[in-house]
Design a protein around this ligand. Structure first.
Ligand code: NAD
Ligand code: LMR
Length: 340
């Protein structure tokens, strides 16, 4: 390589533009778990997002390689890599949005709850970092079991005195993406024209698609309702089994997380009418956390929208979902109480 005629800057010191393309504000985004199956394609997709001015990639392994690779994409965001717990604070300082796909994925035969013992501690330590270094950031939590990791994150933030329920969002966008895809297949239309609200949580029967509220309005036979509900609830397991031990959904999840992250950024910029399903602190049911449609704004989940009218099948599903969700939420809270 011939020497550059200009003084060479150290890696990662290129000054970040304070404005992204078109004069719009640029946001600082961190991906924690950036070298993983979700983390890598998610980092690529966030590097493509014109609303991102700075992209911090953090993991306990392999971030130098992922960072060098992603940083060569000629898009606006400045990419910086951070490796290991000693660099977590630098990775998080000044961030506006923190996306967390760190943690173990399932293998065939496992439930998401089987990941609790390993992932609860990972989420706790990463959220402690968020509380310390970027307490005002919006957090998008992907690590499973989401039904428990979101309550864990809430307890960490409460303990640190930084908890704002609006800023903590469990990512359930993949359930909506799957529901839109499978419903579109049944209806014979383009998935981009379909919107299926999926409420409850993110595991088994807690994933409750509201097929009576599909947009565009349509109706299904009882067989179609049974097929669609099972396939949507089982979507994650379908991928885990197909990957046969090589992990769980990564590409569709990166797509879903990038879509949800982009919705958060657009809302943070001030766009009106940004509505997505998400697992958040909620008064929609008697449970402290529940996924429904949420109106996103500058401060995060600014309005948790009601469930809307349910049919008998959905009401029965809601009762099953609430029972399992309550246990998963309590498990997360107990973990934090025990760990002092
Ligand atoms: P993966 O094993 O490929 O990647 C996980 C990454 O996390 C690895 O690079 C690992 O080094 C990193 N990591 C581990 N401990 C860390 C720590 N303390 N700090 C930072 N990084 C750490 O797994 P994956 O396929 O990317 O899945 C990640 C998580 O996302 C899993 O828990 C999985 O179940 C979950 N997931 C959730 C959804 C959802 O819809 N919410 C969908 C798919 C997967
Ligand atoms: C998914 O829904 O794909 C994820 O929660 C990963 C999994 O374990 O199924």
């Amino acid at each position: 390589l011939s020497p550059s005629p200009r003084p060479q800057m150290e890696e990662g010191v290129r000054p970040a533009p304070c404005r992204a393309k078109g004069g719009a504000p640029g946001f600082k985004v961190a991906v924690l778990g950036a070298a993983g199956g979700i983390g890598q394609p998610l980092s690529l997709l966030m590097k493509l997002n014109p609303l991102v001015s700075v992209l911090h990639l953090y993991d306990v392994v392999n971030t130098p390689g992922v960072t060098a690779d992603v940083s060569h994409m000629d898009t606006t965001a400045v990419v910086r890599g951070f490796l290991g717990p000693n660099q977590l604070e630098a990775a998080l300082t000044g961030m506006d949005l923190v996306i967390i796909p760190a943690g173990l994925p399932r293998k065939p035969g496992m439930t998401r709850d089987d990941l609790f013992n390993k992932n609860a501690g990972i989420v706790r330590s990463l959220c402690e970092g968020v509380a310390k270094c970027c307490p005002n950031a919006i957090v998008n939590l992907i690590s499973n079991p989401v039904n428990s990791t979101v309550p864990i994150a809430a307890e960490v933030f409460k303990k640190a005195g930084t908890y704002d329920p609006k800023r903590l969002l469990g990512v359930t966008t993949l359930d909506v993406a799957r529901a839109n895809t499978f419903v579109a297949e049944v209806l014979g239309i383009d998935p981009k024209d379909v919107n299926v609200p999926v409420v409850g949580g993110h595991a088994g029967v807690t994933i409750l698609p509201l097929l009576s509220q599909v947009h565009p309005p349509c109706s299904f036979t009882p067989d179609e309702i049974s097929y669609l509900t099972k396939r949507i609830q089982n979507g994650g397991t379908e991928v885990v089994e197909a990957k046969a031990g090589a992990g769980s959904a990564t590409l569709s999840m990166a797509f879903a997380a990038a879509k949800f992250g982009d919705a958060c950024l657009r809302a943070m910029r001030g766009d009106a009418g940004v509505v997505e399903c998400s697992y958040v602190a909620s008064a929609v049911t008697e449970l402290p956390f529940f996924a429904t449609k949420v109106r996103l704004g500058r401060a995060g989940a600014e309005e948790v929208l009601p469930l809307g009218p349910l049919n008998d099948f959905e009401r029965a599903g809601l009762e099953m979902a609430k029972k399992e969700l309550m246990e998963s939420i309590q498990k997360g809270i107990d973990f934090m109480n025990k760990s002092g």
